[in-house]
Write a protein of this length. Structure first.
Length: 370
């Protein structure tokens, strides 16, 4: 590796084997204009002359490997190669040999280098004003990866420049608007937490499995089957979600079950969305009412076992959704309700979204100072 860092090379696609892999290279692309260039386009053009957003087919290194290169901006391009681990490692290690920092050998170093080179053009280059490329590593779904890519590809930087050019009042308004998207931004790299709760035997584990589409949690007719939190990561409408199945809530003398119930109550308090599961075929109990009286940030109430005859009930919550995990009725509707509950409004294209805690703290400090 040369002493000088020319930029960053980073695998955009997830780690592990896949059909194809994409590597994003950002930085000083003149480093490519060396006689034994790493990439030889079939049409003979040097990388510096590539049109933006056009695809160039060619050969990587010697012995040659077929790859496609797309120049995505003045100082960035994407290399698409075979998705095997060896092919990706080879491209990254060749780039590291030419002075590109591959994330594994120093996110920090590369970030600092880019920050230094930008210092003259930025008004404030404190850590919080920057969105490091490494956030892309946290993307779990294509939908969140696309939004993060848009942010690191200029949207966030344009916002920082706009703030610097704005008067105090305008800047405050822009900051307040950006901060309303902080919760959404955090979840681009951290799944939303959805917690299933209810008294024993109402069908929480069955509902978890129906949402997952496979058996993740044990189901049985015996009340008190789930004693521990069982989690599952999935994507709902393209949003990464961690669903937690919990121990049924009831008064119990069994110390293990009591610990399970304590964990359930803690999980409810930490959740982004709580799904309260009620058994529609039985009368509501004091435990059901106690759960309904808790005030989580967001909640969905399920009238479960909707395939069975409903119990004669005077007070049934108005906002409940009828679902049967046995027949599958209501599951589609529940998935839609979860997605819109977690993300009521997707930010428009071009809107700045703070992603890291440092960005949020920076905005809050700036709002204070201005
Ligand atoms: N008819 C009907 N039965 C269901 C439905 N969902 C679950 N059950 C049954 O209800 C019983 C309890 O289901 P579980 O999913 O284990 O319930 P749980 O709430 O996880 O129970 P604990 O882990 O003990 O708290 C099982 O016999 C399931 O087959 C449903 O939608 N309809
Ligand atoms: Mg269970």
């Amino acid at each position: 590796m040369t002493g000088h860092i020319h930029g960053i090379a980073r695998q955009l696609t997830g780690p592990g084997r896949s059909a194809i892999a994409t590597i994003r290279v950002q930085g000083d692309l003149t480093a490519w204009d060396v006689p034994d260039s790493l990439f030889r386009a079939v049409n003979g053009k040097p990388v510096a002359e590539f049109a933006i957003n056009a695809l160039y087919f060619g050969v990587w290194g010697d012995p040659g490997e077929d790859v496609v290169v797309c120049r995505t901006g003045e100082d960035s391009l994407e290399i698409t190669c075979h998705g095997g681990v060896a092919a990706v490692s080879r491209v990254l290690s060749d780039l590291a040999g030419r002075g590109f920092s591959t994330m594994s050998d120093g996110v920090q170093l590369a970030d600092e280098a880019l920050q230094r080179s930008d210092a003259e053009t930025r008004v404030d280059t404190s850590a919080g004003s920057r969105l490091p490329l490494s956030v892309l590593q946290g993307a779990r779904t294509q939908r969140t990866a696309e939004i993060l890519l848009e942010q690191v590809s200029g949207t966030w930087d344009r916002f920082v420049t706009q703030l610097a050019d704005s008067g105090s009042d305008d800047a405050k308004t822009l900051i307040a608007q950006a901060l309303t998207r902080a919760d959404f931004g955090r979840h681009l790299i951290e799944p939303w937490n959805v917690v299933l709760c209810g008294r024993p035997n109402v069908g929480k584990s069955s509902l978890m499995n129906a949402l997952a589409g496979f058996t993740r949690s044990i189901v049985s007719e015996h009340a008190g089957t789930t004693r521990d939190r069982v989690t599952l990561e999935t994507a709902i409408d393209g949003w990464p979600v961690r669903i937690t199945d919990t121990a049924g809530i009831r008064e119990t003398q069994n110390p293990i079950e009591r610990e399970g119930v304590a964990q359930t109550l803690a999980a409810i308090d930490e959740a982004d969305l709580v799904i309260i599961v009620l058994d529609r075929s039985e009368l509501l109990t004091a435990e059901d009412h106690r759960l309904l009286d808790r005030q989580p940030r967001r909640r969905i109430v399920i009238a479960h076992k909707a395939d069975l005859e409903p119990a004669r009930q005077d007070r049934w919550p108005d906002d409940s959704l009828a679902v049967s995990s046995v027949s599958g009725n209501g599951i589609e509707n529940l998935l839609k309700t979860i997605a819109s509950g977690l993300v009521p409004q997707v930010p428009d294209h071009g809107c700045p979204v703070p992603v890291t805690r440092q960005q949020v703290e920076w905005l809050e400090r700036l709002c204070h100072v201005r």
